[in-house]
Design a protein around this ligand. Sequence first.
Ligand SMILES: C[S@@+](CC[C@H](N)C(=O)[O-])C[C@H]1O[C@@H](n2cnc3c(N)ncnc32)[C@H](O)[C@@H]1O
Length: 309
Amino acid sequence: MAHIPSDVWQLNGVSEELELLHIEVEVDAVGNRPGREDALYSKNVLRKQRHWERQLASKKSKRKEEKQRRKLHQEQESGTSTDNPKLTKRVVKAITKERLTEAQATGLKVCVDLSMTDCMSDKEVSRLAGQLRRLYGSNRKAARPFHVFLTDLREDSRLYRECLRMNDGFLNYVMEITAESCLDLFPPETIVYLSPDAEKALETVEADKVYVLGGLVDESIQKKLSYSKASELSVHMARLPIDEYMVRKDNAKNFHSKILAINQVFDILLTFRNTGSWTRALETWFPGGKGYVIASDDSQTPPGTAAQT
Ligand SMILES: C[S@@+](CC[C@H](N)C(=O)[O-])C[C@H]1O[C@@H](n2cnc3c(N)ncnc32)[C@H](O)[C@@H]1O
């Protein structure tokens, strides 16, 4: 059998180790001739390992892309950004707290309806808790944050426990956390339930409306849940204006999806609210892997749809 110095093993990556493993199997085949099952087993391990590596690489590049997007966005907002390195941590904390408190008095209202978690797996509940953390993180960084409500969140629920476990300082989040429903809190005519399946596109965001996001993650894709929920509540509903501002982009997997995570929809609303431009908001936050790009005609923002304060 070929001798492989131990430092080579240490230096090479996992896939190279497996390549070496492959060589080892072939060499063995000359002498010991491992059984067909062993060969199949190694092939399977190798295939799974490659699949896992591809997934890891794709996740890494998505994270990098997301990071770059956030950085770009923060640079664009640098005039009002709390990321200014000249500010001390204490000042940043004070500004953030002041903005969030102000938003609770006068901010545009966004509500996350968490009444549908019973039909979710533990993994989905964990992902939802993570999305709520990112949503709050975006709101903290915003120059003009939203007044955020988490409704139907009972203290004895899996999601509440998961939020406490995963989200540092969850109990100190400057947002309304309540077991009441959005209908208990707001008149039905003020509610705009956001659903990817709604017929009407959202044109603008208004101070006298409450924008409700369905607290769902799409692991086990449950179609039209938010649409059914909004119909059941008899409230207005709207979808993001993706068809109006974006076009399909060819990709190898021919994958196109307009369904976003709640924190991504939240980021789009925040940017639209601060810039009045759907093009800008969608360009900044619509995930690259969803198979859509901004339509090349740059005059998409219809007149009179600039965000109102
Ligand atoms: C992961 S999506 C849930 C998708 C789910 N299949 C459903 O029934 O809506 C979570 C929430 O984000 C919001 N959302 C996601 N994509 C949207 C879009 N294109 N337009 C409007 N809202 C969207 C909706 O409020 C939705 O309930």
